[in-house]
Design a protein around this ligand. Sequence first.
Ligand SMILES: NC(=O)c1ccc[n+]([C@@H]2O[C@H](COP(=O)([O-])OP(=O)(O)OC[C@H]3O[C@@H](n4cnc5c(N)ncnc54)[C@H](O)[C@@H]3O)[C@@H](O)[C@H]2O)c1
Length: 267
Amino acid sequence: MSNGLLAGKRGIIFGALDEQSIAWQVAEKCVAQGAKITLTNAPVALRLGTIQQLAEKIGAEVIPADATSLEDLENLLTKSQEILGGKMDFMLHSIGMSVNMRKKRTYDDLNYDWMQKTFDISAISFHKLMQTAMKMDAMNEWGSILALTYIAAQRVFPDYSEMAESKSLLESFARSFGYHWAKKANVRVNTVSQSPTMTTAGTGVKGFQDFFDYSNKMSPLGNATSEQCADYCVAMFSDLTKMVTMQNLYHDGGFSNMGMAPEVLGL
Ligand SMILES: NC(=O)c1ccc[n+]([C@@H]2O[C@H](COP(=O)([O-])OP(=O)(O)OC[C@H]3O[C@@H](n4cnc5c(N)ncnc54)[C@H](O)[C@@H]3O)[C@@H](O)[C@H]2O)c1
């Protein structure tokens, strides 16, 4: 259902790899709500994933960008403004990758060069995006910038490894840069802390299915799906949430406030 919540708005969506990606769902919903968007992902993801299918479906252009490269980000922001005909009203950072996790290194045996790479891709890229956009004056007044995160930033989930620290850093960047963006152009910056979701990044976490089932039982509303996450992102990009900024917003069916759930214990 469309109510034109994003009519006339322009945005950039990072991180749609395939149909399972949360960003894929967000891109579809933004366009359905009247927005014009560009899609972006790392060059390697363009080769391995199916983002072109999404681009054709929603009539959006794909601009390759490694989110850790300032040059790529500048090019992305320049081209997006040319293609969409003006400054951005919203941007979604939906990027996460742990090199140590991918190479099956345990938390007590991490390679620190890989850890730096993980932080760069999963968190520092968010600062790089916001700094580049600010220097280029590429955001409209009252715009909205979002990144996706997970509750392992606050609580211990042993198999989430160095991604926990990546998410803490990401959320901290949202708070700190949120101040500067608010003062500069009334732009808001928030993170959405999403339930476990069956995607390429999600299922890369060891024991993900058990973890997904546990979370589903712990959450009184159940796990939030990627489509529901996309609805929430649309709301956060719309003019209905103009005064929400520097927040970590839980979109998790109630998981974050639970202590014990009888369902988990089989009571
Ligand atoms: N799936 C979950 O359980 C879950 C839960 C909470 C939060 N999140 C977060 O949601 C976001 C999206 O992940 P997803 O679950 O949709 O998985 P996904 O694998 O579909 O998306 C991750 C994306 O990051 C992109 N990426 C990796 N390196 C990049 C780089 N250098 N430059 C640009 N893009 C790069 C990948 O190509 C991919 O498109 C991530 O931040 C993830 O941590 C996921």
